[in-house]
Design a protein around this ligand. Structure first.
Ligand code: ADP
Ligand code: ZN
Length: 523
């Protein structure tokens, strides 16, 4: 049993921190006691310290299994700076460097060794570990072992056999993200034995969550970004590589320094961009979810989702990269129903076996987007944590509940316009064209197809395009309109839509949220 004062001294001496964060001390104690540990801490909660401090205080090598080489390198560099001998082994090392590290391991010169899970199956590696004498195995980002998580990595399945080989060595699993199901799965897959379970609160009180409904297009994103202080840095997540490039170009053209970041970029360029962002040389990184894991930039002031996140868990994780310094930060999701159709198509392109899970996750996140309740409550609830208040006061639904209003007349116009076009045309068109017909635009297509002769041409002049697109979103949400992603996003009336049109059913919709003015509702 280590004295509390001794632990705190060591914390100060090796890491320069005056006190522990919530949960850290208890976890450190369990690790020191040689127990198996399962620890769930939110991003920025300070997981690394929980195994690094014990590694300094005890004999033997702490083996850390970690998914990304970049992540390992950052950790080893930081430990170096702190004067804690640590190293990593990975396939990208020059031979002489590799030799030097292996020699050091033979001599017992290191306290921590970071490895990728792939290494565990290299011939002879486990024998090496046996010789080097390991004190404990730490599995970082442990949710990667579970298919139920948002980031399954099959290589992680190679960790479990180590347990049989080293039955007396404690295993510690750390993750920032796990639902009850993933939690159980991690414990089972790793064969943890009566683990000490630590679950820190997932609440991030300094983050404000907003879903901006009916917002659309890059212009609106530009306007929103212009309302933020000039030196605020942030991440804009997009669903595809092409979209990150498109966004970065458009933002740069609008005078907002931005770069794209995705897994398709040359690694050198990728790390250059990452560095530039960390050094505040660029304000915005437009990224796929490849960006962010292990990025230790504490002053990210906003995280925008420009496309539909893949899951609620992924969403929490991605927004979690904002405000790690504890200062206020914004998480804004620019949502349009049409994005859902695109996300559905991505799901359909997945291998058969992954589709049901992916579809369920998509449905869940879309439900979140449309929810009227407190966002924080819902997010925490997803992780099995009950938020103690009904309203957090720091999400769009708590700050400005969206009103509903009667839109029967406009809905009739829109539905009948879709119907007429279809009738006249023989096949469907996209929503943009429907809106063009409603507002009486003179486009090449309208002229070519004589759509200016339709009875619905120009009947929606009194509203702008944005209002019509929002209404279309709402009608899709209500199941009156459908959009077919497999056929160029053609919109059609559903059976319910046809009925509503014929029977003149009253239709209530919710207000759109203007992206500017920080998401204040405006009509
Ligand atoms: P995680 O891996 O859980 O996201 P890290 O281990 O990277 O978090 O820690 C997040 C940040 O918090 C780092 O900058 C780290 O130096 C800092 N940190 C960790 N523990 C403490 C502490 N007890 N006091 C102050 N800062 C801490
Ligand atoms: Zn709230």
């Amino acid at each position: 049993m280590v004295e509390a004062a001794t632990l705190r001294e060591a914390l100060e001496r090796w890491f320069g921190f005056p006190s522990f964060r919530p949960s850290q001390e208890a976890i450190v104690r369990d690790v020191l006691d040689g127990r198996d540990v399962f620890a769930l801490l939110p991003t920025g909660g300070g997981k690394s310290l929980c195994y690094q401090l014990p590694a300094v205080l005890t004999d033997g090598l702490t083996v850390v299994v970690s998914p990304l080489i970049a992540l390992m390198k950052d950790q080893v560099d930081a430990l170096d700076t702190a004067g804690i001998p640590a190293t990593s082994l990975n396939s990208s090392l020059e031979y002489s460097d590799l030799r030097r590290r292996l020699d050091g391991l033979e001599r017992g010169a290191y306290r921590l060794l970071y490895v990728a899970p792939e290494r565990l199956t290299l011939p002879g590696f486990v024998d090496d570990l046996e010789r080097w004498g390991i004190a404990r195995v730490v599995v970082d980002e442990a949710h990667c072992i579970s298919e139920w998580g948002h980031d399954f990595r099959p290589e992680y399945r190679r960790i479990a056999p180590l347990r049989d080989r080293f039955p007396d060595v404690p295993f510690c699993a750390f993750t920032a993200t796990a639902t009850a199901r993933v939690r159980d799965d991690v414990v089972a897959q790793l064969g943890l034995r009566r683990p000490a379970v630590h679950v820190a609160s997932f609440d991030r009180p300094n983050l404000t969550y907003r879903v901006m409904h009916g917002t659309r297009g890059i212009d609106e994103l530009v306007r929103w970004l212009r309302t933020r202080p000039d030196d605020d840095a942030g991440i804009v997540y997009a669903g595809s590589r092409a979209n990150t490039e498109k966004l970065a170009d458009a933002l740069s053209a609008a005078g907002i320094p931005a770069v794209a970041y995705h897994a398709g970029l040359d690694p050198a360029l990728r790390s250059k961009r990452q560095e530039a962002f960390i050094r505040d040389d660029v304000r915005v990184v437009c990224a796929t979810i490849a960006f962010g894991m292990g990025i230790d930039k504490s002053n990210v002031r906003f995280v925008v989702h420009y496309d539909v996140p893949r899951s609620l868990e992924g969403y929490y994780q991605e927004t979690g990269r904002a405000g790690r310094d504890g200062l206020p930060a914004e998480c804004a999701w620019f949502f349009a129903y049409g994005d859902v159709a695109r996300a559905e198509r991505f799901v359909d392109e997945k291998p058969e076996s992954e589709r049901p899970a992916a579809r369920a996750q998509l449905e869940r996140i879309v439900r979140y987007a449309y929810s009227n309740g407190c966002r924080r409550r819902e997010l925490l609830g997803y992780f099995g944590e009950e938020y103690p208040l009904e309203r957090c006061g720091a999400c769009d639904n708590c700050l400005q509940p969206r009103a509903s209003f009667d839109a029967t007349v406009d809905a009739q116009k829109l539905l009948s316009c879709v119907y007429r076009i279809r009738e006249a045309h023989g096949y469907g068109v996209g929503i943009a064209h429907v809106v063009d017909v409603l507002v009486g635009a003179k486009t090449e297509k309208i002229e070519r197809w004589y759509h200016d002769r339709l009875s619905t041409y120009g009947i929606g002049k009194d509203r702008d395009r944005r209002a019509w697109r929002h209404l279309a979103d709402e009608l899709m949400r209500l199941g009156l309109l459908a959009q077919d992603a497999a056929r160029h996003n053609v919109v059609t009336l559903t059976a319910a839509g046809r009925r509503a049109l014929a029977e003149r059913t009253a239709i209530e919709v919710r207000e759109a949220v203007a992206a500017v003015a920080g998401g204040k509702a405006r009509r």
